[in-house]
Structures are given as C-alpha cells and as structure tokens.
Design a protein around this ligand. Structure first.
Ligand code: SAM
Length: 472
C-alpha cells in the first residue's frame, strides 16, 4: 500500500504505485487537456506529484515537449538565475566488499588497483584541488568496514578542512559513502559535512537485489531508508539519485519523485539535491549489458521534468556527461556541475598509470577547471564557488523557506560573484580573467537590493586587494 509517510521502504517506494503511475502516464500522455493543466500547475513553481510529472515525461507531442523545455528553462532562471555551482569528487578509497554489478570496485574485481589514501595523500590531493580553484568537494569511498571505517572517513574530513594552501581552502565537504547507522550519520554531521549523498542506483527492488547480489548493499530496505536515518542523525541536507541505465527510466523517475515526496512528508523538507548519473563503461563493466540505456534526448527530458516537479531541489551532473550534454541540461535545470574530475584514487596529486587503473568509470568531459569556467562564462553562466549557505546555517527547511521566498538570490548572486572573483584572482588563466571581470561588472548591476549591491562592490574591491572569504 502506497504511503509516503511510512518509514518502510516498500510503502513509500511502492512498486504497485510506480507501475500504476507509469500506466496512467502512458494512457494520458497525449491527453492535451491534462498535459496543459499539469504544465499550468508547474508554472506556479509549487512542484508536481510523481504521477503528474510522469505524464509530462511520457508526453511525446512535440509542441507540448517544447513547452515543457521552455518552462524548465524559465523556472531554472527564476530560481537559480544564471549561476552554476562548481564541485569536484575526491575518491578516498576503492576498497569495497559489495558486489554492485555496474561498478568496477565490486569485491570480485581482482585486477583493478586497490588504493586507499593516507592522510598525507589526502593533503596532496586537496592541495592539488585547491590549486585548481576548487572550494567544494564530494568525497567518495567504497564500503569496507576494515579498510574504510567511519573513523577513517571522519579523519579524512578533518584533514580536508585543515589544508590551507596559499589562498586555498575547502569550505564544504559533501559525503557520498554507503548507507550507514544513525550514530554514524550523527558523527558525519558533527564533522561538519555539507550534503550526505547516496544514490539509490535503482528503486526497483527485484532488480536492486539482482544488481547487488552480495555484501551489505544487498539489503534494499537498509539502503532505501538511509536518508531517514541520516535525517534522524541530524543531517539536514540529503542528496538522492538514480543510476540511469540499470532499470526502465520511467519507473526510476516516478520512484525518485516518490522518494522526494516521502522526505517532505516525514521530515518537512525534500532532498537538497538530485543527481542524474548514467551508467558508464568502466574496467570490467559494459553499460549495454543492463539493456536500459537512455538516449540524450530522453535524458534531457528527464532533467526538464524534474525541474518542473521539484523546482527548489538542486540538480547535479558530473563529468560522466559530455560537454554537449552538459550544455543542454544546464539550461534545463541542472544547477551544480563537477569540473576537472578524476574518478581514480589519488588522481589529482599524482596522476600516474597505476592511479588511473583505480578509476571508477570513464569520464566524458576531460577539460581543466579553467576551461570549464571559461566555457560557462562564454555561455552567459556565472560559475559559482559559493559554499555560504551551510556555513551560515541555511540548511534543511531554513534553506528551503528562504529559497521559496525568492530572497535567496540576495545571497546567492553576490556570493557567486565574490567567489568567482576569488577564482579569477588566484587561479584563472588570462582569458578567464578577462571574460570573468567583464561578467562580474555586468552582473553586479543585476543585484536587486541596493544595499547588498553596494556591499558586494566593496567586497569585490577588497578581494582584489587580497582579502578572502566574504559571504552573505
Ligand atoms: N560506495 C558508495 C555507495 O555504495 O553508495 C558510494 C560511492 S560510489 C563511488 C558513487 C556512485 O558511483 C555509486 O552510487 C554509483 O551510482 C556510481 N557508479 C558506480 N559505477 C558506475 C559506473 N560504471 N558508471 C557510472 N556511475 C557509476
């Protein structure tokens, strides 16, 4: 029985409800009156139910699909402006006792180089990331209680925050580690993490169990209920996601939104972010094996429909996607992207062949951070290295309330400009500096509040004079 308020995975991600939603969407996909009424509802920026959003995803009337894309662009612009938040993943360890069929870190893979960063290695990695200009990381690790216990993760977070190289610092560490206990989530919260991220991989229980035949991750309920434990442990911001390509995308789409509805119903706040990774070729992994790959057009439509369904939830895309795909979806709703990522353990500090052999999957965007920054600015976006919200206590429902009131732009816009200015001063190429300075001058005028505009201008001058880390 479908019950978004239940704490039982199979009730809030109800299989029958997901199937019924797909069937309803299929029957109604060209019901133009219904499609229009759902688009009109989405225009109010209050979101859509998983069923309503499923109808839009299924609709294939070209004129309506264009309307969905246009609205996604408008909502993106209204809520997030032209800012794109930058981050990089940091792989701590690829030791893993799980058996995920899509991941080369699975325990049976004997020829991948296994590596775990020491604290000295972490200092080297973080220094290299800081020297590129990164301020926000997502740490990644396999699940292995002996090699990567929670104490190791906590120590690594402390090390990351402690590194201050030249003007560099990592100001927000998001964490993507396996589902764990309330007690461990509390420890992560106390260590000052930003978002706790965990991908569901697939919401389809039967497929989930097949794709994770052994190891702790086999337990569907434990994995699916992880965000409830994280929130019980005091973590306000959680990031959910599906690994597209494993199961049928319409099922995953409906279930992903059911998960968001569940978090809202139980904790009063939905997910902070949604990630939309697609399964990639990797060491001993062939994505075609799963038979559910989605083309770029479907992928873009998923992003657009998510933007309409959960307008205030950030959307993340990684370097799994190519420059061309990224260009398309940052217009349609994606608000955070990674840049210059290495998916190998130790790949930033010493990118030699052994480390590359520890890579998790092939990346499709191999550009440097500076190239990504230039590209974004040339497209009219503001690359933002901002980490202010969680450092100012704007997390969970406080963040959402501010977001929904529209007042968040008074913070985000100047913060984006100030952190971009830091990037230009400390790390940028000549070309980035030229383009960025003109962009900042132009965008300063777009801060609506006069007082904030004045303070931001003052702070930009102070940054040019060598001061750092201002925030609204
Ligand atoms: N080990 C943790 C867990 O089990 O949730 C999280 C860390 S794992 C390094 C991060 C994510 O990488 C996984 O959740 C999965 O979705 C993704 N991933 C694994 N194999 C992949 C592949 N071949 N292509 C794309 N993404 C992959």
């Amino acid at each position: 029985m479908y019950n978004p308020s239940s704490l039982n995975a199979e009730e809030f991600i109800c299989h029958d409800e997901a199937l019924a939603s797909i069937a309803y969407a299929s029957e109604n996909r060209n019901n133009l009156g219904l499609v229009d009424s759902i688009i009109e509802k989405a225009e109010r920026k209050k979101g859509l139910s998983h069923r309503e959003a499923s109808v839009l995803l299924a609709c294939d009337v070209p004129e309506k699909v264009q309307k969905i894309y246009a609205l996604a662009e408008r909502i993106k612009q209204d809520i997030y402006g032209n800012r794109i938040v930058m981050f990089a993943p940091l792989y701590l360890s690829n030791y893993c006792i799980n058996s995920c069929s899509y991941c080369p870190y699975h325990a049976k893979n004997k020829h991948i180089a296994r590596k775990k960063l020491t604290q000295e290695d972490i200092v080297r990695e973080v220094t290299a990331l800081q020297d590129m200009g990164h301020k926000r990381l997502a740490i990644e690790s396999g699940e292995d209680p002996l090699n990567n216990p929670i104490e190791y993760i906590l120590e690594s977070i402390r090390t990351i925050y402690s590194v201050k190289h030249r003007n560099g610092s990592i100001r927000r560490v998001n964490v993507n580690i396996a589902a764990t206990t309330v007690e461990n989530y509390r420890k992560l919260k106390d260590a000052g993490i930003g978002t706790y991220i965990l991908f569901q991989e697939t919401y389809h229980k039967q497929s989930y169990e097949k794709l994770h035949p052994a190891g702790p991750k086999h337990n569907y309920a434990y994995h699916t209920e992880a965000m409830d434990r994280a929130m019980q442990g005091g973590i306000d911001d959680v990031g959910i996601g599906v690994l597209f390509g494993l199961e049928r995308y319409r099922y995953e789409f409906a279930a992903l939104l059911m998960h968001a509805e569940h978090l809202e119903a139980v904790h009063g706040v939905g997910p902070h972010t949604i990630s939309v990774p697609r399964v990639k070729r990797a060491d001993d992994i062939d994505p075609d094996e799963f038979g559910n790959g989605i083309d770029d057009e479907t992928f873009a439509k998923i992003c657009a429909c998510l933007r309409l369904a959960v307008p205030y939830t950030g959307m993340i895309i990684s370097t799994r996607e190519s420059k061309a795909t990224r260009e398309k979806v940052i217009r349609l709703g994606v608000s955070q992207i990674s840049g210059a990522s290495k998916t190998s353990v130790g790949g930033y500090g010493s990118p030699d062949s052994e480390e590359e052999n520890s890579a998790q999957f092939d990346v499709s965007d191999n550009r440097t951070l500076d190239e990504v920054v230039c590209w974004l600015m040339e497209l009219g976006f503001i690359p933002s290295f901002c980490t202010a919200c969680y450092r100012e206590g704007r997390t969970g429902d406080r963040f959402m309330a501010l977001c929904k009131s529209g007042r968040i732009s008074d913070c985000c816009h100047p913060n984006a400009l100030m952190t971009l200015k830091e990037y230009l001063e400390d790390y940028a190429s000549e070309q980035a500096r030229r383009t960025g300075s003109a962009l900042i001058r132009r965008e300063l005028g777009n801060i609506p509040n006069e007082r904030i505009r004045y303070i931001a201008a003052e702070r930009l001058e102070k940054i040019a004079a060598g001061q750092r880390d201002f925030r609204f």
